[in-house]
Design a binder for this molecule. Structure first.
Ligand SMILES: *[C@@H]1O[C@H](CO)[C@@H](O)[C@H](O)[C@H]1NC(C)=O
Ligand SMILES: *[C@@H]1O[C@H](CO)[C@@H](O)[C@H](O)[C@H]1NC(C)=O
Length: 195
């Protein structure tokens, strides 16, 4: 009985070992990016592949643009990076809106209809910027539901800014900024679903 069990387990082992070796060789040959890129690529494939708001490339470009993204070890880490990028975006977009409203060196002052829309965008982005410290704390504290609703509010703010121009028959000078902020917020939401 014991001999039979040993024999069958050793024949199992002799069949399994070369198979595992082959798998290891195959993995090493086909997945150098995953091996050196940490969790960034597989995570972006997961959230970007399943999203209608942003694609894998946006996720890789955004999170890969900072060291913390490349070094992340969890979806929670990656979500924290997205929140940080959103905060930086909101700050720079607010500054750009101020510049557009003020006019100045190299910046033409906008017309009245555009200015009206920009003023409401300024309030929306002030809200986005104001929310990010608490949102980052919620991610750190694993209060993911709170973080997600904060990010959804920020996504809605970015969309609301862009919609304001459409309703006001004005051309948005901050379409790219709204698009980035909206996608970053949705990226954060998607990452937190896996955290
Ligand atoms: C805003 O986010 C976009 C998309 O991640 C990024 O390309 C851009 O550099 C960010 N801007 C700032 C000022 O952080
Ligand atoms: C925008 O244009 C439409 C059609 O031209 C008009 O009905 C509407 O009142 C305009 N809205 C504003 C805010 O000017």
């Amino acid at each position: 009985m014991t001999t039979m069990a040993m024999a069958s387990s050793s024949s199992l082992r002799s069949a399994t070992v070369p198979f595992l070796l082959l798998q290891l060789l195959f993995a090493a040959a086909t997945a150098p990016a995953e091996a050196t890129g940490g969790i960034l690529l597989p995570s972006c494939k997961t959230v970007g592949g399943g999203s209608t708001y942003f694609d894998v490339q946006f996720c890789l470009d955004a999170l890969g643009s900072v060291g913390a993204g490349a070094d992340a070890r969890s979806y929670q880490d990656l979500a924290a990076v997205a929140v940080g990028l959103l905060a930086a975006n909101a700050t720079s977009t607010s500054a750009r809106i101020d510049g557009l409203l003020r006019g100045g060196v190299g910046i033409r002052k906008v017309d009245a209809a555009t200015a009206r829309c920009l003023r409401s965008c300024r309030a929306l982005y002030a809200g986005v910027a104001r929310r990010q410290p608490a949102c980052a704390a919620a991610v750190r504290g694993r209060r993911f539901g709170e973080a997600r609703s904060s990010l959804e509010e920020s996504a809605a703010a970015a969309r609301g800014c862009e919609d304001g121009f459409r309703r006001g028959n004005a051309t948005s000078p901050v379409t790219a900024e709204n698009d980035d902020a909206f996608k970053l917020a949705k990226l954060g939401v998607a990452l937190l679903a896996f955290a």
